[in-house]
Design a binder for this molecule. Structure first.
Ligand code: FAS
Ligand code: PHB
Length: 400
C-alpha cells in the first residue's frame, strides 16, 4: 500500500488530462495523472484532426507547440459538396483572418506525453479500480491498483478527465447531475491511409447515399469517413468496399482525384450529443468528454476539451496564486456557455449533412435548400465559418 500526496489528481491521460497537467506544471502546481490504459494504447486511438486557433494557442502556452507549427496544416476554408458540385466556404475572409490547423489528436497526445515525461512528471499508466473519495469535503483522494498493489493519492482537487465512459462522472451522487442526450441513428466508419489527400482542404459531402468526409493528417496521410448504419461492424467493410462507397458519395472531380490504398486503421464511431450539468462537484471538476460529447461533424470534441482545460487551469492557478475561488466557483457556468454553443453547432451541421432514415425525401429537399442558401448567402456562410473556427472566449468577468 502506498500513500502519496499531490495538489491536483488528474484521472485520464487523454488530451484533456495531459494538457491540464502541463499547464499546471508551468504554473508550479503539482499533479499526478492516473490512466487506465497503457501509453501506446492511448496513442493508438485515432480521433480528432482539426484544431481551433484557441487550442493551438493553449498548446503553445503549455510549451508543446513546436511540432504543431512545423507539421500542422493551416486551412483557411472547407468545401461543401452537394448536388454533384463543391462549394468553398472561405472561412479566413469571412472571419477576418481566422483559420484552423489540421494536426491529429494522436500527435497532440504524443507531444504532451513527451513533454510530461521530459519534465519527470508522474503519470501512472495501467491503473485499475480507480475510485474517487471525499470530493464533497476538503480532503479528497483517489485510490487505485497498480502493479498488484493498492495506492492512495491524497490531493486538494480532482480533475475528472476520463472521458465519456470514465469513473469520475459516474462517482457523482445520484440526483446531483442533470444530463441531456441525443443519439443519432447512424455512425461514422473511418479509415486512415498513407495516400495523398483528394483536395488540399476538407470536403464535407451531403449525398443521397449518405454523408462522407475527406480529411487528412499530412500531405501523405489521409483520414476519410462515410456515414454507416449503427448496426454495421467494421469487419463487414473491406477496404475495397469502403473506397467504392466513398467514391460514390463524392462529386465527380473528387471521385476522379481519389487515390486509394490499404487502410492502416479502420473503425466505427457512434454519434451522440451529450452534456452533464454542472461540471463541478465540491473539489471534483469534470473536463472534456467526461462532461460532454458532440458528433464529430463540427470537429469540436477535442477543442471543447481544450476549452474546459483553459478555464480549469486558470481557475486552479488563481486559487493557489491569488487565494481566490472566483474562477473555481465560475468554472462550470463558464464552460457550459461555450459547450452548449458547440453542441448546437455540431447538432446543426450533423443534421444538415447526414441522411436521416425518418425524414425521407422531404427532409432531403430541405437539406438541399438550406445548403443552396448557405453557400450563396454571406450571412449564412459567416455563421458557419465563425462556429467552425471556434467561438471567442467571452470575457465573463473572470479569467478566460
Ligand atoms: P479521452 O476519452 O480522449 O481520454 C480519456 C482518458 O481517460 C482515456 O485515455 C481513458 O483511457 C482514460 N480513462 C477512462 N476511464 C478511466 C478510469 N476509470 N481510470 C483512469 N483512466 C480512465 N473529436 C473530433 O473533434 N473529431 C473526431 O473525428 C473525433 N473522433 C472520435 C472518435 C471516437 C471513437 C471517440 C470516442 C471520440 C472522437 N472525437 C473526435 C472526440 C475526441 O477527440 C474527444 O473529444 C477527445 O478525445 C476528448 O479528450 P478527453 O476529454 O481527454 O477524453
Ligand atoms: C478528422 O480529420 O478526423 C476530422 C476532421 C473534421 C471533422 C471530423 C474529423 O469534422
Amino acid at each position: 500500500m502506498s500513500i502519496q500526496r499531490t495538489q491536483v489528481a488528474i484521472i485520464g491521460a487523454g488530451p484533456a488530462g495531459l494538457l491540464l497537467g502541463q499547464l499546471l506544471h508551468r504554473a508550479g502546481i503539482a499533479s499526478v495523472i492516473v490512466e487506465r490504459q497503457g501509453g501506446e494504447y492511448v496513442l493508438g486511438r485515432i480521433r480528432a484532426g482539426v484544431l481551433e486557433q484557441t487550442t493551438c494557442d493553449l498548446l503553445d502556452e503549455a510549451g508543446v507547440g513546436a511540432r504543431l507549427h512545423a507539421e500542422g496544416l493551416v486551412h483557411g476554408g472547407i468545401e461543401l459538396a452537394f448536388g454533384g458540385a463543391r462549394h468553398r466556404i472561405d472561412m479566413h475572409t469571412l472571419t477576418a483572418g481566422k483559420h484552423v490547423t489540421v494536426y491529429g489528436q494522436t500527435e497532440v497526445t504524443r507531444d504532451l506525453m513527451e513533454a510530461r515525461h521530459a519534465e519527470g512528471l508522474t503519470t501512472v499508466y495501467e491503473a485499475s479500480d480507480v475510485a474517487l473519495h471525499d470530493f464533497d469535503g476538503t480532503h479528497p483522494c483517489i485510490t487505485y491498483t497498480h502493479g498488484g498493489s493498492a495506492h492512495t493519492l491524497h490531493c486538494d482537487f480532482i480533475a475528472g478527465c476520463d472521458g465519456y465512459h470514465g469513473v469520475s462522472r459516474a462517482s457523482v451522487p445520484e440526483g446531483a447531475l442533470r444530463t441531456f442526450e441525443k443519439v443519432y441513428p447512424f455512425g461514422w466508419l473511418g479509415i486512415l491511409a498513407d495516400t495523398p489527400p483528394v483536395s488540399h482542404e476538407l470536403i464535407y459531402s451531403n449525398h443521397a447515399r449518405g454523408f462522407a468526409l475527406c480529411s487528412m493528417r499530412s500531405p501523405t496521410r489521409t483520414r476519410y469517413y462515410v456515414q454507416c448504419p449503427l448496426e454495421d461492424k467494421v469487419e463487414q467493410w473491406s477496404d475495397a468496399a469502403f473506397w467504392d462507397e466513398l467514391r460514390a458519395r463524392l462529386d465527380p472531380a473528387a471521385a476522379e482525384a481519389l487515390v486509394t490504398g490499404p487502410s492502416i486503421e479502420k473503425s466505427i464511431a457512434p454519434l451522440r450529443s451529450f452534456v452533464a450539468e454542472p461540471m463541478r462537484f465540491g473539489r471534483l471538476f469534470l473536463a472534456g468528454d467526461a462532461a460532454h460529447i458532440v458528433p464529430p461533424t463540427g470537429a469540436k470534441g477535442l477543442n471543447l476539451a481544450a476549452s474546459d482545460v483553459r478555464y480549469l487551469s486558470r481557475a486552479l492557478i488563481e486559487h493557489y496564486g491569488d487565494k481566490s475561488s472566483a474562477g473555481i466557483d465560475h468554472y462550470s457556468d463558464a464552460c457550459l456557455k461555450r459547450v452548449w454553443k458547440a453542441v448546437r453547432f455540431s447538432w446543426w451541421f450533423t443534421s444538415l449533412m447526414h441522411k436521416f432514415p425518418d425524414t425521407g425525401e422531404f427532409g432531403q429537399k430541405l437539406q438541399q435548400a438550406e445548403l443552396d442558401y448557405l453557400v450563396h448567402s454571406r450571412a449564412a456562410s459567416t455563421a458557419l465559418a465563425e462556429n467552425y473556427v471556434g467561438m471567442p472566449f467571452e470575457a465573463a468577468g473572470h479569467p478566460v
